[in-house]
Ligand binder design. Sequence first.
Ligand code: C5P
Length: 237
Amino acid sequence: MSKLFRNPIFCGLDTHDLDEAERLAKTLVPVVGGLKIGLEFFYAFGRSGYERIADTGVPIFLDLKLHDIPNTVAGGIRSLLSLQPAIMNVHASGGVEMMKRARDVVEEEGDGRPWLIGVTLLTSLDAGDIARLGVEGSPSDQVRRLAAAAQEAGLDGVVCSPQEVEVLRQDCGSDFKLIVPGIRMKGESADDQKRVMTPSDALVHGADILVISRPIIRAADPAAAVENILADLPPAA
Ligand code: C5P
């Protein structure tokens, strides 16, 4: 599925500095599959900041994780579609009805529509955190429930941690897109990611898109860091 993109690597533009983001984008456009723009960037720089990055022509994953009542999420998605992101997302815990309404709006775009992706369980939550919220079972059980809800609602796929890729690939079949952060090369610092996997292992387990930020944007030569990751991928990726 990453065949739609040059390669499976989407780099998170996690910086507060718009000029820096634009410089990074220009450097990375020739080597990445796409770039990810998140809450911090979008709340700071808005649509005009987004457009400065999108003007490079790179596919963009607009990672705003919408979560509200169905009508409000549908309206939010409608407002964002004019930016023409390649991928956008909502929280799967917003429920099947909310996800269906979001999907219906995205489908109005026809063939060129973005992928609509469900966020499962935030990787910052562990077993103790979800128990405190009254969620039964392990984080993996909850991720599987949320992925099933996203699939029932007709979403294109989910965001999940590397640890759930294999089981979700089995649960959800080969067409369901799995977008995976928490990726690190062997021996590299995990930063604050608690559960990491190498790019090649994540792809072998069934990931479609790898979201990688700090190992690329903090490198002395970000494009070379991407080339280094690409060199380590299995040939089919
Ligand atoms: O720097 P690093 O490679 O850890 O960044 C991963 C990117 O993926 C960041 O933009 C982070 O916000 C995002 N992300 C994540 N875990 C999730 C969802 C998104 O790390 N569950």
